[in-house]
Design a protein around this ligand. Structure first.
Ligand code: G3P
Ligand code: CA
Length: 247
């Protein structure tokens, strides 16, 4: 049995505020083999780690991420919404996230670029990854096929992933055309269409399902042939995987 990737979604986001340095560090401690996080670009061209287009849900700011400078974004409180224990936890820059993860050579990075993202912005993001010698440990993914295409233009040999919701009618052709290494759909899509997972595997495209937060789903996902489980509950996944795949 191949190793099952244990993917910390937005870091270990069940125990620390998503897409913050504590969440990334908690993912390391809890046994992640991949750590996923989301990247957007500030008004002054600095990549930062945050999920939503707007600031209201996870910070004390307002408006769109791309309307604020990096100095404004990194001064926000991205922790209080989750717990007072994390008050003052900032929005990290991509550089801070990369520098935190860089020492853990066995852990891979699943870097999701949120649209809109121009070729220049995608180049800047992957340039920072390359500067830190992390390209070989990185998979760059997006829901937007154009962003996936731009990542390939920026760095032709970086591994890329296409996020899907739902699977396309001809998912295998779409994945082959884009040349992706991963095609990552929802849990529901994997469980409904294990044949598509098998067809993708036949052409060398791996599947990691998101966001699998119910442990009862994990055996079914493995039976469907996924190569990884993307979850907020990374610690529990590590525990289960240790039992299910000893050694
Ligand atoms: O990596 C899969 C997952 O992150 C995609 O959805 O909305 O959490 O970025 P979202
Ligand atoms: Ca994501």
């Amino acid at each position: 049995m191949a190793v099952l990737h244990r993917v910390a979604h937005r870091g270990y986001s069940a125990v620390a505020p998503e897409n913050t340095l504590p969440a990334l560090a908690a993912g390391v401690l809890a046994g992640a083999t991949f750590i996923e996080f989301d990247v957007r670009t500030s008004a002054d061209g600095v990549p930062v780690v945050i999920h939503d287009r707007t600031l209201e849900r996870t910070t004390n700011g307002t408006g769109h991420v791309w309307e604020r400078t990096a100095a404004e974004l990194t001064a926000l409180d991205a922790g209080s919404w989750f717990s007072p224990a994390y008050a003052g936890t900032p929005v990290p820059t991509l550089v801070q996230a990369l520098d935190l993860l860089r020492p853990y050579a066995e852990i891979e990075l699943l870097v999701e670029i949120k649209p809109p993202a121009s070729l220049e912005q995608v180049r800047a993001i992957l340039g920072l990854v390359a500067e830190r010698d992390l390209l070989a440990r990185t998979v760059v993914q997006s829901f937007d096929p154009e962003v996936v295409q731009r990542a390939g233009e920026a760095v032709p040999d970086v591994r890329r992933g296409l996020l899907r919701e739902p699977f396309d009618a001809d998912q295998v052709a779409v994945a082959k055309e884009l040349g992706v290494a991963f095609c990552n759909p929802s849990v529901a899509d994997v469980l409904a269409e294990p044949g598509t997972v098998a067809a993708l595997a036949d052409v060398g495209v791996a599947v990691m399902a998101w966001t699998a937060n119910d442990p009862a789903q994990w055996p079914g996902l493995v039976a469907a042939g996924v190569s990884g489980v993307i979850t907020d509950r990374l610690g529990e996944l590590t525990g289960w995987a240790t039992r299910a795949f000893p050694g």
